[in-house]
Write a protein that binds this ligand. Structure first.
Ligand SMILES: [Zn+2]
Length: 71
């Protein structure tokens, strides 16, 4: 069995038998949305930090869509 510790309140969170990278986890103590960012040993981090740059990717996606339709 694998456990990791909440980065916020340091409570122990059960991750199941075999945790995987980016596995979602939830802290019952402080209600934080977490995910597995490292294995062996498992380390949890906040989910919010990963989805930090959607604004930078959006213009590229729009440009790709325009190129595809003008072909
Ligand atoms: Zn917590």
């Amino acid at each position: 069995m694998a456990f990791a510790y909440c980065p916020d309140c340091a409570s122990r969170i059960y991750l199941g038998r075999k945790p995987w990278l980016n596995q979602p986890a939830f802290c019952d103590q402080c209600e934080a949305d977490l995910e597995v960012v490292r294995l062996n040993p498992p380390v949890l981090d906040w989910v919010d930090e990963v989805a930090d740059d959607p604004w930078q990717q959006e213009p590229e996606l729009l440009a790709d869509a325009e190129l595809a339709t003008s072909d």
